[in-house]
Design a binder for this molecule. Structure first.
Ligand code: ADP
Ligand code: MG
Length: 647
């Protein structure tokens, strides 16, 4: 971490620590406590919303579960604070797992609906289970008494501050580890995650459990802060407020949730105090005008693009001076602000600030420069290599049928891949080549037939376990993790090399640091192998198409596969790049990795394949060495002749 970052974090904590002395008003101290509690919850919600990319409408309910677990434990059983809080975290984490179960089947809006139903059910249960929760009457608890000292509001502020700092540290470490990368990866491309051995389902559940644990911590802290809880506090409105806070603050950041919490807690206050509203809205308008003027002067924005934001922020500021009283317009102003943020700052306030930093100081985000220099050939291939002299078949697919409705995309296809060879799979468009790859990697379960890999039957197992067995692949339509940098993409491929646990991640144990360092060096070496070292810190979605294909190969090699499936790797590559690719594939074979190559560039196929299989309308029509296949009548008719005619 840079010294600037560390200094600002220490400063922020110091300021937070002296705030109660500067501002000893119990009302404000209570507001800051609520901000701290919400920030803890939002850090967790950001894991689900920002990283995994699912909308959860169940977080108010999780917050309620945390609050009620602590409340019931304290009220009914007299369990002390220091035990009630961890138990609440565990219980809420468990509910997080239950909430994540539907994620096995549904995602997107459907999962959002399920989480909404979960929220409603929990609220009803809290209301109805009177024997535990006291129903609508609610529960009263007292702040703890420690060493015959009654914890006061100010003491409690420090307890919450400490909890927030610890939560921030834990979440930061998790999200910067291989776990955080897994969460991000499954958001960007679930299919590619699975094929890199990162089980989408397992990590979704993981993310929900972590997120719920934080909601549990926040909920239990809330119980002791309010000293009274009732079912109505954990309603739909609160859930929406939490989501808004994450979106406004900015997803995928640690400061975003804190900012979001400040906004949603302070906004009702700002919107009830006309003087405060005038000051803040004027401030925002000045920033908006200055920023727009700057953007126009450097020609990054046109007059037209900045008109509306300037007008809206200006109008808000002016409206503050026109109105004598703000209470009646509160909801309208709130609505305008939400629309404004969602439309103009889709990545929230932190996302906006980050984009400015990126323009001024891009080197701040180049975290891997040192490691990149250490990448070399030695680290590309895992030690020991796969035995180069091996005999026999690595993979055998027998009588594969893949039916989509009435269409047999594959019809009784047999495919045997000898060890240490490059096996070409060719055929006209729509002949079933990509379908074959999807069947081999477990994305499709074949209608009938059997696949044996390394002596094991793999038919019917999941893509992530097939990846774990040693089959890696690229995709015909590139499936990178777009929001992650090139090197991070490769690091996802190296996920299997991380054996350390959550505890190691949180405490940065030597084991964790060692594995991390080794993986980063290997990732750098793999990037060097495909010639992408210079682009290591660029986001994958910003790379040229041809480079994206090469990055996919590096990521697939990271899996340390014994079989590599390449689906049209030369598509979109320039002629010199294709030459490089041929050299690369030969090198890959040289290290004992077998390759299945789907390719339309005949020169590539003919120059490197040991065996070629030809598919047409889902059926195998020819197989043999490239020269024999090329002169086969049926092949010329179906494929080569077809394309010759087309030309
Ligand atoms: P190729 O890669 O050889 O160009 P594909 O394997 O992509 O061909 O497709 C083979 C046939 O299977 C095509 O007719 C395609 O429309 C069909 N197909 C592939 N995937 C699906 C699917 N998920 N659902 C329905 N039809 C599919
Ligand atoms: Mg295809």
């Amino acid at each position: 971490m840079s010294t600037i970052k560390i200094t600002s974090i220490v400063l922020a904590i110091a300021v937070a620590a002296i705030l109660p002395t500067l501002w000893p008003n119990p009302y404000y101290i209570h507001l800051m406590v609520v901000i701290g509690i919400y920030a803890i919850l939002l850090l967790g919600l950001d894991i689900v919303v920002g990283y995994v990319g699912e909308v959860s409408l169940g977080h108010a309910a999780l917050f309620g579960i945390g609050a009620y677990t602590a409340g019931v434990l304290n009220f009914q059983l007299g369990v002390p604070f220091l035990l009630a809080v961890p138990v609440s975290i565990a219980v809420t984490g468990l509910f997080g797992a239950i909430l994540a179960l539907p994620a096995l089947r549904v995602n997107g809006p459907y999962l959002a609906m399920v989480t909404l139903a979960f929220g409603t059910i929990i609220q009803i249960l809290i209301n109805e289970m009177t024997f535990l929760t006291n129903g609508p009457l609610g529960l009263s608890v007292r702040k703890p008494i420690w060493f015959s000292h009654q914890v006061t509001g100010t003491d409690y502020y420090y307890i919450v501050l400490l909890s927030l700092v610890l939560a921030l540290l834990v979440v930061q470490r998790i999200l910067k580890s291989h776990l955080g990368r897994a969460f991000e990866a499954l958001h960007d491309s679930p299919i590619a995650s699975d094929c890199m051995g990162v089980s989408v389902y397992a990590y979704k559940v993981y993310a929900f459990v972590l997120s719920a644990g934080l909601a549990g911590l926040a909920g239990s802290l809330f119980t002791y802060s309010e000293e009274y809880i009732s079912p109505n506090s954990y309603n739909f409105e609160l859930t929406i407020l939490f989501l808004l806070a994450v979106i406004m603050g900015g997803r995928k950041s640690r400061t975003g949730p804190i900012l979001g919490a400040i906004i949603v807690v302070m906004l009702p206050n700002v919107l009830s105090d006309i003087d405060l509203f005038r000051k803040i809205s004027t401030g925002i308008a000045v920033v908006a005008i200055a920023y727009s003027a700057y953007m126009i002067s450097v020609r990054l924005r046109s007059f037209k693009q900045v008109t509306i934001p300037v007008l809206v922020t200006g109008a808000l500021a002016v409206s503050g001076y026109v109105m004598d009283n703000i209470t009646d317009q509160r909801l309208t102003i709130f609505g305008v602000m939400i629309l404004f943020v969602v439309y103009y700052l889709p990545n929230g306030i932190m996302g906006f600030l980050r984009s400015i930093v990126m323009k001024v100081r891009p080197q701040w985000v180049h975290r891997h420069t040192v490691i990149l220099e250490q990448g070399d050939k030695q680290h590309i291939w895992s030690v020991p290599d796969h035995p180069v002299t091996a005999q026999g078949y690595l993979l055998e697919a027998r009588n594969i049928v893949m039916q989509f409705g009435g269409l047999k995309a594959l019809n009784e296809v047999n495919l045997a891949i000898a060890k240490n060879t490059v096996h070409g799979l060719i055929g006209p468009n729509g002949s079933g080549k990509s379908t074959m790859m999807n069947v081999l990697t477990g994305i499709y379960k074949p209608t009938s037939g059997e696949i044996q890999f390394n002596g094991k039957i793999i038919t019917g197992t999941t893509p992530s376990s097939i990846a774990g067995e040693g089959i890696a692949r690229t995709f015909q339509n590139v499936q990178l993790f777009g929001e992650m940098t090139a090197i991070e993409n490769v690091l996802v491929g190296l996920h299997h090399t991380f054996r350390h646990s959550l505890i190691d991640v949180v405490f940065h144990t030597p084991r964790c640091l060692k594995e991390k360092h080794a993986a980063e060096i290997r990732a750098a070496s793999l990037l060097q192998f495909v010639g992408l070292s210079d682009l290591a810190n660029d986001e994958a979605r910003n790379l040229p198409y041809g480079k994206q294909r090469l990055l996919e190969i590096a990521r697939a090699l990271a899996l340390n596969p014994s079989l590599l499936l390449l689906d049209e790797p030369a598509a979109g590559l320039t002629a010199p790049d294709i030459k490089e690719l041929i050299v690369m594939i030969n090198k890959i074979r040289g290290h004992g990795i077998s390759v299945i190559l789907i390719e339309h560039h005949m020169d590539v196929v003919m120059s490197i394949c040991d065996t070629v299989t030809v598919l047409d309308f889902g059926q195998k029509i020819a197989e043999g060495n490239p020269a024999t296949v090329q002169s086969n009548e049926k092949v010329i008719e179906a494929y080569l002749g077809g394309s010759a005619k087309a030309e």
